[in-house]
Design a binder for this molecule. Structure first.
Ligand code: PLP
Length: 395
């Protein structure tokens, strides 16, 4: 007999994964080239050559007992120092290795942050639409996610709604910018106002509210938008970063957490995060990958590739009459369903082998997400399929 908690989790299992499986089944039947699978945020450009070179060099030149051995649960001190210095160079911060904990991707990072700060019954505020796994991660620690609806014009967070949602149980607020699933970047103005609200609310409720910045898409920005680093807005900010998207390494499970010294009881928070890395069973981030990414901190993914898909899909869908939110970052497009029940729209898409993910999987019904981290050809051919779908809806 499995636990009641997992029984419940199985019922609400990931809609993204479900669509990915459907896409694969469809591909087996009609051929991969005839399926327009926009379900999964799996990068479509290879990891930079420098990363592969770094791995080869490390394997050839490092004592295997060291390279594949255990280390400090926080990660290698030299790797953490390299990450700290790279952030300082790029964002004018003053971190040292002490502020950095290497993690098993963003997912591992979020779980060790949550384990450190959450007690059962605590609340974590998320801005819809949001990465659905936040709910599972909070549930791991018997905490609840509280959804705040967006401003439906801009898909910036609704800050008045945030103010109303905070109460004594609020322990954390998660932001994810550039955003999955909308591709929207939260404005500087939004972040400044959010910081003001959280500072005021901390005083009112008498304890810290941590702002958790989940930033796997930090470097994926278009149209001259600048990479942002959110610790400058609000004192109690903890950052979770991942190389999954920025260096196309999702299967390698590598990222880091940043806890600035300004965070209330920073040392205790860092100690908690390090212990949680061990006790949750991660023990440490993958050793070889820690060493490899440390050599590639200035490497970039092929943004031009994603940008081309972004433009082709956005312009193509707009022309066909679909209402899309223009993505400014990440590699997702957020499209309004032409009928109220977006699950019916998703089903209608499948008739033409288009695989989309329903908005309700992100806490925001009435929309769908398209992950355009696919080949240019897939986008191009998908537009012909979308044309038929648009005709069916009389667009
Ligand atoms: N957070 C967001 C917003 C994501 O989109 C993802 C993955 O798609 C993650 C976290 C998890 O990333 P990782 O593969 O680094 O665990």
């Amino acid at each position: 007999m499995i636990s009641q908690k997992i029984q419940k989790a199985l019922q609400g299992s990931s809609a993204i994964r479900a669509m990915f499986v459907e896409g694969n089944e469809l591909a087996a039947r009609v051929g991969r080239e005839n399926v327009y699978d926009f379900s999964l945020g799996n990068p479509a450009t290879p990891a930079p050559a420098a990363l592969n070179e770094a791995i080869k060099q490390l394997v050839d030149e490092t004592d295997p007992l060291v390279l594949h051995g255990y280390m400090d649960n926080a990660g290698y001190p030299d790797v953490r120092q390299a990450v700290a210095e790279n952030l300082n160079k790029r964002f004018g911060t003053a971190f040292t290795s002490h502020n950095i904990v290497m993690t098993v991707g963003a997912a591992g990072g979020l779980n060790i942050i949550f384990k450190t700060i959450l007690d059962p019954g605590d609340e974590v505020i998320v801005f819809a639409p949001y990465f659905g796994e936040y709910k599972s991660y909070a549930a791991n620690f018997d905490a609840a996610v509280v959804e705040v609806a967006p401003d439906f014009e801009t898909f910036q967070p609704d800050l008045e709604a945030l103010e109303k949602a905070v109460n004594e149980k609020t322990k954390a607020v998660i932001v994810n910018t550039p955003n999955n699933p909308t591709g929207v970047i939260y404005h500087e103005e939004t972040m400044k106002k959010m910081a003001e609200i959280l500072e005021k609310k901390e005083k009112e409720i008498g304890h810290e509210i941590y702002l958790i910045s989940d930033e796997p898409y930090r470097e994926l920005v278009y149209d001259g938008n600048q990479e942002d680093f959110l610790t400058k807005y609000y004192r109690n900010t903890i950052v979770g970063y991942s190389f999954s998207k920025s260096l196309s390494l999702p299967g390698e499970r590598i990222g880091y957490v940043v806890v600035p010294d300004e965070v209330e009881n920073a040392d205790q928070v860092i100690d908690g995060i390090v212990v949680s890395n061990r006790t949750l069973g991660f023990v440490n981030a993958p050793s070889l990958l820690q060493k490899a990414v440390a050599k590639c901190l200035d490497e970039k993914t092929n943004l031009v590739f994603y940008d081309e898909n972004r433009k082709m899909l956005y312009e193509g869908l707009q022309k066909l009459g679909f209402h899309c939110i223009k993505p400014e970052g990440a590699f997702y497009m957020w499209v309004k369903s032409p009928e109220t029940d977006e699950e019916k729209f998703v089903a209608a898409g499948k008739k033409y082998n288009i695989i989309m993910v329903k908005g309700s999987a992100f806490g925001c019904a009435g929309y769908v997400r398209l992950a355009y981290c696919v080949s240019h050809e897939t986008v191009k051919n998908a537009l012909t399929a979308f044309e038929k779908l648009a005709e069916d809806y009389g667009l």
